[in-house]
Design a protein around this ligand. Structure first.
Ligand SMILES: Cc1cc2nc3c(=O)[nH]c(=O)nc-3n(C[C@H](O)[C@H](O)[C@H](O)COP(=O)(O)OP(=O)(O)OC[C@H]3O[C@@H](n4cnc5c(N)ncnc54)[C@H](O)[C@@H]3O)c2cc1C
Length: 661
């Protein structure tokens, strides 16, 4: 970047593609990371260009801007009197930013460790995850958090790193391109190497691996499936510190696994997939990324079911006078100590955040639309003796894992067939509530009126105690309006706040990545789904040959580890590649009839589940009230269904002459 001082930005030559034409222009760009949506917002002006005038006139248009440093989708509008168009984008910017890679990377995870009341900014470079240990009350602001995990990385080993290494160059063509370096993308890479496939890249928009476990750095963030189960079956970790390990440790585990399985050479960081087009003539995917183009025979989409924060549409929120950020884009620069803090939402993230911040804030207002069923979290530190035993006799750890898996799986009938089975657990949750909350008014607010399991069951032993503290107010109504620093709930309750934490979940049923994947006739996956995600065996989609999704439609769980489902899908994907090789086909396209039969069966089974019959509205359901997210069966059933590809479910697309691989 030249000539813009210490601001993030770019000044120089660029090319803009709009309306099928490409124009060489000069551009001056600036931008900043916006914690409210965890995205990079950038803008600037293009030099005047007659060709652009001809295409645009005074109208607006979408295009793609490419600078010497990258490319990104943009919008062109508002020509000034000299006919210089304004260019704006909300994405990984087409220029390097001061804080490593843009996007979620810039949010700065890694600053506060588990159990940390570390609600202010410790520089991540000085305190990566694992540096600030559980129970640390690090309240002081220290330095800038925007360098993010990319500079620090999980664990103390890379604390002094000056920043991310330059991203690896993009290859022109690969056999397989994997999008995303979370558990799904890393797992896919490991399985591909295991199957002898080495011609692949993992494109990751952030600056490090980790996905969920890199981006969610809020105080108290931990898994809610025990760690011995919430880890890859082929990469057990005997050193988990707790039964429910905290985010820094899980993130560190993913970094370790990446090294252990030699994945670094395949990883390309700071590279966001902007658009993927199936080129039918060549039988391959054409990928446009923030750093250039490449092609791939097969596209594995592991962009994450919960990677795009969902922000509530509350009037006045954008003009709130204090700090506002999403739980998955924690603002470590903002010191919550002695502030009036509103937390919006009472889901899985909120109940981990509230007990952590309650002791340090002046006042905490919790906006709750619907109360959750909460059961105690039986967490404990794992002793040194146990860790040694797991290291020396791995079978013991495998048995421990199997025990956890079996006890979780024993609940599946309650979720999918006879919700009455969950009544016993519901009784336990009610007793937990009665024991923990003495005030009948508060207890009434916190008592769910739907069957347990209908929404995600939450586990916590310190959420209810935190709500009983005098500085906490539970507003049993959703946030309706923000005016200056005054927040008003739907029931009229109002209060003032210095900060709003949006623990409002993710775009789970509308998979934003689907807007970026196009079939041969130009229809996007989002258009093809029309708000209702569907796939064959949760993985492949009719009309989109050689596209495999990890955690695709109807693969989520309410009761067990998602890693089990990911590993099942990876079996299927490896067999998919093997089937291509065996048959000599260039590509396989899912037969619509096969996909329909699979979805009909899901639909039939979904009818008896607690998610359909439990009397609640949850994030599992789409606007039409259908559940496109969860798997309505046992995980063993899904494992069986994804063991092998049935070629009869696919149309094989032959190699074209001259395009052999
Ligand atoms: C706070 C939290 C706690 C959770 N706890 C549990 C738990 O205890 N047990 C459980 O089973 N599940 C849990 N989950 C669900 C969890 O998301 C999954 O278990 C798992 O981590 C998903 O992995 P993934 O790789 O599919 O997605 P992610 O981890 O979300 O990774 C997706 C990656 O894709 C990248 N990406 C996205 N779009 C693009 C693009 N266009 N170009 C390039 N890169 C892109 C993202 O940056 C990200 O790195 C939890 C989720 C959250 C949010």
């Amino acid at each position: 970047m030249a000539g813009l001082g210490d601001m993030d930005g770019y000044e120089g030559t660029a090319a803009v593609e709009v309306g099928g034409s490409r124009f060489d222009v000069q551009v001056r760009l600036r931008g900043h990371f916006q914690p409210i949506d965890g995205r990079y917002h950038w803008h600037g002006r293009l030099s005047a260009h007659e060709g652009l005038d001809g295409v645009l006139g005074s109208g607006k248009a979408a295009g793609v801007l490419t600078t010497a440093e990258g490319s990104a989708p943009c919008e062109l509008s508002e020509p000034d009197p000299s006919r210089r168009y304004r260019v704006t984008g909300i994405s990984t910017p087409p220029f390097r930013t001061a804080g490593a890679a843009a996007g979620p990377a810039a949010a700065g995870p890694g600053t506060a460790g588990p159990g940390t009341a570390g609600l202010a900014a410790a520089s991540p470079a000085a305190a990566g995850p694992g540096t600030v240990g559980p129970g640390t009350a690090g309240l002081a602001a220290a330095g800038r958090a925007t360098a993010g995990q990319d500079a620090a990385g999980p664990g103390t080993g890379r604390q002094d790193s000056p920043g991310p290494a330059a991203p690896a160059p993009l290859p022109g063509h690969v056999r397989v391109a994997i999008i995303g370096a979370g558990l799904g993308g890393i797992g896919a890479g490991i399985r591909l190497r295991g199957a002898g496939v080495t011609d692949f890249v993992i494109l990751e928009r952030a600056g490090s691996v980790g996905g969920t476990w890199r981006d969610n750095t809020y105080p108290g963030c931990a898994c809610d499936i025990p760690s011995h189960l919430y880890s890859f079956s082929f990469a057990p970790n005997p050193d988990w510190s707790h039964s429910f390990s905290r985010q820094p440790e899980i993130w560190r585990y993913l970094e370790d696994v990446t090294d252990r399985y030699s994945l670094r050479r395949h990883l390309v960081f700071g590279t966001e997939l902007n658009r993927a087009d199936w080129a039918a003539g060549e039988a391959r995917w054409r990928l446009q990324t923030s750093r250039g183009e490449l092609t791939a025979d097969v596209l594995i989409c592991a962009a994450g079911p919960l990677s795009e924060p969902s922000l509530p549409d509350v009037p006045g929120l954008a003009d709130f006078s204090g700090a506002v950020f999403h739980s998955a884009r924690w603002n470590h620069d903002f010191d919550l100590a002695r502030k009036r803090v509103a937390v919006v939402g009472t889901g899985a993230s909120s109940i981990q955040i509230v007990p952590e911040i309650q002791p340090v804030v002046h006042r905490l207002m919790l906006f709750q639309r619907t109360p959750a069923w909460v059961v105690p979290r039986r967490d404990r530190a794992i002793s040194e003796f146990e860790k040694r035993l797991y290291r020396q006799v791995p079978t013991v750890q495998r048995l421990a894992r199997l025990g956890i898996y079996a006890s979780r799986e024993s609940l599946v009938g309650g979720f999918t067939k006879r919700p009455a089975i969950l009544k016993a657990a519901q009784g336990m949750a009610l007793r937990n509530l009665a024991r923990s909350i003495r005030d009948p008014g508060l207890r009434a607010k916190l008592t769910p009126d739907y069957i347990m399991g209908c929404k995600r069951i939450l586990i916590s032993s310190d959420f209810y105690p935190a709500l009983c503290e005098p500085n906490v107010q539970v507003v049993a109504s959703g946030l309706a309006n923000v005016d200056g620093n005054t927040l008003t709930a739907k029931d009229g309750t109002s209060c003032e706040a210095d900060a709003i934490i949006l623990a409002t979940g993710f775009h789970a049923v509308d998979a934003p990545i689907a807007d970026r994947i196009y079939r041969a006739d130009g229809m996007s996956l989002a258009q093809s789904w029309a708000g209702d995600m569907r796939a064959l065996r949760g993985t492949t989609i009719a009309g989109f040959p050689n596209l495999c999704m990890v955690i695709g439609p109807n693969t989520g769980l309410g009761h067990n580890s998602m890693i089990y489902m990911i590993e099942s899908q990876l079996n299927y994907i490896v067999d998919y590649l093997d089937t291509l090789d065996r048959t000599g086909a260039a590509a396989m396209d899912t037969r619509p009839g096969a996909q329909q039969r699979w979805c009909d069966d899901i639909e039939r089974r979904m009818a008896s589940t607690v998610w359909t019959t439990g009397g609640c509205v949850s994030w599992y359901l789409n606007a039409a009230g259908r559940n496109p997210t969860l798997w309505p069966g046992s995980t063993i059933g899904f494992r069986r269904a994804t063991r092998h590809v049935d070629p009869a479910e696919y149309e094989l697309i032959p190699q074209r002459r001259g395009t052999g691989r």
